[in-house]
Write a protein that binds this ligand. Structure first.
Ligand code: CA
Length: 228
């Protein structure tokens, strides 16, 4: 599916130029020529990325950016600011309000397209990279961090993978064989190897404190992370 880009620019020539180059590269574009239209358009259907001019009549680009960031529905949408001012302050402010990148006018359309691609690449979370959470527990696969009540937990790599598998299963029971296969890479599990899982689960429970009791043993099957 082509990526849906919302181009917000009040100058018709620049708007047309940006759209022309983005569409030529396979992006689908929607346009808005002022802040109010941009916000309405972004809310109606959340775009994959917003190219946002800083100097807009009435509601300016910074305010549009703030409002997009302040709305849960659009808070995560990548934003590239277009600015005519090259002063450091504007750049910093642009990034401070949450823009992902900026391009200074006059810009080459090729450069803008390259920035759009780069920002989209950064923004796209790998399917397995989303943060898994359960109450006070959060596991971030991309950063390889587990936190409990906001504090980092010191887990071994196996404990980390085991917890990730349990959280990903979202309440389904995982057999020892499944865990041995997915976490340890064993094709078949014998008695001793199955006990390896039990030992790691025990250690993991201890490290998880009050959340540890949510890893329950399903007799003669395996383990489950109890949903809330
Ligand atoms: Ca403008």
């Amino acid at each position: 599916m082509p990526k849906d880009i919302l181009v917000v620019e009040d100058e018709p020539d620049i708007r047309r130029l940006v759209v022309l180059h983005l569409e030529r590269e396979g992006f689908r574009c929607r346009t808005a020529s002022n802040g109010a239209d941009a916000l309405r358009e972004a809310k109606r259907a959340v775009p994959d990325l917003v190219v946002l001019d800083l100097m807009l009549p009435a509601i300016d680009g910074l305010e549009v950016c703030r409002r997009l960031r302040g709305d849960a529905g659009t808070a995560g949408v990548p934003i590239i600011m277009l600015t005519a001012k090259s002063g450091e302050v504007d750049r910093v402010v642009g990034l401070e309000v949450g823009a992902d990148d900026y391009v200074v006018k006059p810009f080459s359309p090729t450069e803008l397209v390259a920035r759009v691609r780069a920002v989209l690449r950064r923004a796209r979370p790998a399917p397995e990279a989303r943060v898994l959470s359960a109450g006070p527990l959060a596991l971030d696969p991309a950063r390889h961090i587990v936190t409990l009540h906001g504090r980092p937990l010191d887990l071994t790599p196996k404990e980390f993978d085991l917890l990730a598998a349990l959280l990903e299963a979202a309440g389904r029971v995982l057999s020892r064989e499944h865990l041995l296969n997915s976490v340890w890479g064993y094709a078949r599990a014998d008695e001793i190897e199955s006990r390896t899982v039990d030992v790691h689960i025990r250690r993991l429970r201890a490290k998880l404190g009050d959340v540890g009791s949510r890893i329950t043993t399903v007799k003669s099957v395996g383990y489950r992370f109890e949903p809330e």
